[in-house]
Design a protein around this ligand. Sequence first.
Ligand SMILES: NC(=O)c1ccc[n+]([C@@H]2O[C@H](COP(=O)([O-])OP(=O)(O)OC[C@H]3O[C@@H](n4cnc5c(N)ncnc54)[C@H](OP(=O)(O)O)[C@@H]3O)[C@@H](O)[C@H]2O)c1
Length: 310
Amino acid sequence: MKVSVVSRSGREVVKGGIQLSDSASVADLQDAIHKRTKKFYPARQRLTLPVQPGSKERPTVLNSKKSLREYCSDNSDSITVVFKDLGPQVSYRTLFFFEYLGPLILYPIFYYFPVYQFFGYKAERVIHPVQTYAMYYWCFHYFKRIMETFFVHRFSHATSPLSNVFRNCAYYWSFGSYIAYYVNHPLYTPVGDLQMKIGFAFGLLCQVSNFYCHILLRKLRSPEGNGGYQIPKGFLFNIVTCANYTTEIYQWVGFNIATQTFAGYVFLVVAALIMTNWALAKHRRLKKLFDGKEGRPKYPRRWVILPPFL
Ligand SMILES: NC(=O)c1ccc[n+]([C@@H]2O[C@H](COP(=O)([O-])OP(=O)(O)OC[C@H]3O[C@@H](n4cnc5c(N)ncnc54)[C@H](OP(=O)(O)O)[C@@H]3O)[C@@H](O)[C@H]2O)c1
């Protein structure tokens, strides 16, 4: 089979095209493109079928696990595919590891080291119990997320653009430092003992629930994994589509009840807005996939992220 690989402007990406066997898969084509171009390894490639000029239709993206034949028109012995360079990629695990590593390292620096001297506070710093518990709570949270990244999540996409590492690290590292600065500040005023205990106890309960939600999500995919989506079931997923985000938001509520800083609440609002946006998209996707037609199950009635509001 003869494959012509062109850019979106129609320029030939691989001179003279590629000759492949009739049984070749899309992954074989990606390997062949890599061999010929050297620079574009498979994760960098997005291959689509050409669309008519001026058409508003979304192009069909070629699935690397499928046979190329499936995308050929009847009896045709040749195919044209449109190539797009997605830019340098990193694995999802690398992306998550670096974004979580920042807060895990930066927060204790504000707790353990005399950083406030550089901000003009020369006096000896008194550490309140709530600041110590907050540091353990915070580190437990990000340590848990790194462990889940490596041992629990079964991602559908292997890689993400390298640029996301810088964007996500900027978000997590700066918010981590911002909150750590205020919670560990020499002029920090702690909340009452009861409020602190309620906040941390509630937050910890939500962190454990969040972990359990991630275990339930893991069970939706087999280890060899084809990356598909299933209807999440069990525990809080019986009431809310993104129970993992619900528990994530509530665990930050717990942290803020116990620590009471403006910085912490800003992070809570920003994180809740981001997760709400994602939850709406995930809820829509599941409703579309499970529409109850042609033998497909119907997605049950559920809240999206924050019952009883949304
Ligand atoms: N504080 C913050 O700002 C913030 C923001 C975002 C996330 N988080 C935390 O980080 C955790 C992970 O975030 P995330 O956005 O990666 O979570 P997520 O996408 O909702 O779920 C985690 C894993 O489960 C898979 N999954 C989700 N729904 C599925 C379904 N219906 N069928 C099969 N697999 C499914 C996902 O696959 P895919 O690879 O296909 O997505 C992903 O690998 C969150 O649960 C939350 O605790 C915190």
